[in-house]
Design a protein around this ligand. Sequence first.
Ligand SMILES: *Cc1c(COP(=O)(O)O)cnc(C)c1O
Length: 454
Amino acid sequence: MSLTHDAAVSPSAGRRFRAYTTKHLDELTVRAGLGAEERLAVRAVANVLPFRVNSYVVDELIDWDAAPDDPIYRLVFPQADMLPPEDVGRIADLLRTDAPRSELNRAANEIRARLNPHPAGQMELNVPKADNDEPVQGVQHKYAETVLFFPKQGQTCHAYCTYCFRWAQFVGEPDLKFASSEIDQLVAYLRQHPEVTSVLLTGGDPMIMGEGVISRYIEPLLQVETLESIRIGTKALAYWPQRFVTDPDADETLRLFEKVTAAGKNLAFMAHFSHPNEMAPDLVHEAMRRIRGTGAVVRTQAPLIRTINDDAATWERMWRDQVRMGMVPYYMFVERDTGPKDYFAVSLARAYGIFRDAYKNVSGLARTVRGPSMSATPGKVCVDGVTEIYGEKVFSLHFIQARDPELVGVPFFARYDENATWLFELEPALGATRFPYEVPSPADTSALADPARA
Ligand SMILES: *Cc1c(COP(=O)(O)O)cnc(C)c1O
């Protein structure tokens, strides 16, 4: 492909990256038109949950006339009511009285600990062992064919999403972090585990790394014959498309992508888009053209988030625009059970309705998308529908992905619950006493119907 710059990008495209953090929050919330009390409450939330935005998101993506209701504003700015009022009040009082940093941190840590910082056992489960029985740092191996790798220098993002399920990694608590700078350990592990065909670089956002750093992770992987694909989970196309067009290492980055495809592996660029407005700027189209030109395949995924993208028209537009731009819709996720989950949660019943209402209107090219999908401890569970079987209203579900591969693709049922927002709130249906992924209790070895439940 040609790596010369195209001119069809906005004048701000070449501007240097500038991050805004909690220090700058007050001037930005003034711009959004918030009053003093609310601004203090927003600052209080930003002392518990991570906040970071950048000049591109502020200048090009947010519609300030529509703030604070603008979906992109809501995507990156903390909301005063994202946390319980007593927690917000406690931090706000400390801020108001200029309490010492140590006191503020102590209060913030107490609140964080109550927000299920590590959903689905991320820190303890699925960490593989090397030959010498030492854990392979920064690696998560939950599903046989795919390994997640968290490069140490990739543990931040160009901006933070308010709903991020990895929020705990961004709040400066060393024991909440999970990362590695050791690519050699991963390569050794892959050589011992030829069943692993896909490595997913994640974070944070691996595209926060410059080409000189990310290439040191990717190039060794090209030598692993059994590896079929390298995935990069990233929101850079939405939050900093300059990374692929005008940044000093943009061209080198595209050459790195070309090396992956030339090595006979799929470079799967897993783009996180939460809202169609993120795909509107010319710069994103230009970045997308350049990435496609390397032979990489761009697939898209995002969670369904209340107040940001919880309507079918938004998803329909997003999937249609993605197909137009050459992207492949991949997953619609259910918001995970962590952080300000209660604030952003959409019930499974509503999530299914939104998915279906969008899905039924798009061409088969966009129906590569799967969801709504819950990434839970036993695996990724898809809500296929709501139906009635012998008079009982049920959710029909299946595992898209499972720790136990035998469960993949097998339908199972849960009692319909209008308010349930996550797998563990569901109960087995149709007389079953447990879900297929649950170990039978000693008293239930036959897994026969339990009359007490019927
Ligand atoms: C989603 C996920 C993967 C990848 O699963 P695919 O269905 O292949 O996209 C791998 N590991 C973990 C822990 C995941 O959550």
